[in-house]
Design a protein around this ligand. Structure first.
Ligand SMILES: Cc1cc2nc3c(=O)[nH]c(=O)nc-3n(C[C@H](O)[C@H](O)[C@H](O)COP(=O)(O)O)c2cc1C
Length: 177
């Protein structure tokens, strides 16, 4: 059983990225369990002085979850052509550990725009030595949609098939490593 950790970069209650991550968890293919990380908003701002024995509990929980995962999935909005601070902060807590090193990771997209954030996030995660699965991209256009419409789109057969195919390809990538 592959244990995959999925993370949304948005704290918005009606977040399309969080809806996509939740839908991925519901559509996990056989042999994969997807756990949604929901601690982003509770992480203290990263401070290198607070590493080692001083690591805050919330950061230690994130590091542990990434360590234990066979792979990581991130769905993230773009703010002002960049990666939202909350997600970058979470990643910063992982930089000087082994947690990210060679850890399979895949980006998924809830917006057809956000090209700056996609590129920046991929660059950040490659720099952190995540093993990025970049061959097959999952993009489901949820930008600007309200929750009821988001749920309708995510329940469509084409969306479910796209999620299933992307997750199956990611699982294969993880198993091949
Ligand atoms: C402060 C702010 C800045 C944004 N800047 C951009 C941007 O530079 N490029 C872009 O494509 N969308 C931008 N957006 C739109 C969000 O990326 C978009 O609404 C996204 O779907 C929100 O994700 P969520 O539904 O998961 O919260 C911005 C939104 C906010 C709130």
């Amino acid at each position: 059983m592959l244990n995959i950790l999925a993370m949304s970069g948005s704290l918005r209650a009606a977040s399309t990225n969080s809806a996509l991550v939740a839908a991925l968890a519901r559509n996990a293919p056989e042999g994969c369990r997807i756990t949604v990380y929901d601690g982003l908003g509770g992480l203290p701002i990263f401070n290198p002085d607070d590493e080692g024995e001083r690591t805050p509990h919330a950061a230690a929980a994130l590091i542990d979850a990434v360590m234990r995962a066979d792979g990581v999935i991130v769905s993230c909005p773009e703010y002002a052509h960049g990666v939202p601070g909350g997600l970058k902060n979470a990643l910063d807590w992982l930089v000087s550990r082994d947690a990210a090193v060679a850890k399979p990771a895949m980006l998924v997209h809830a917006s057809p725009r956000s090209l700056f954030a996609r590129a920046a996030l991929a660059e950040i995660m490659r720099t952190m030595s995540f093993a990025m699965h970049e061959e097959r991209m999952l993009e489901i256009a949820l930008l600007g949609k309200k929750p009821p419409e988001v749920e309708v789109i995510l329940a469509e057969q084409t969306s479910r098939q796209a999620m299933h195919d992307a997750l199956s390809a990611f699982a294969e990538f993880i198993r091949s490593r």
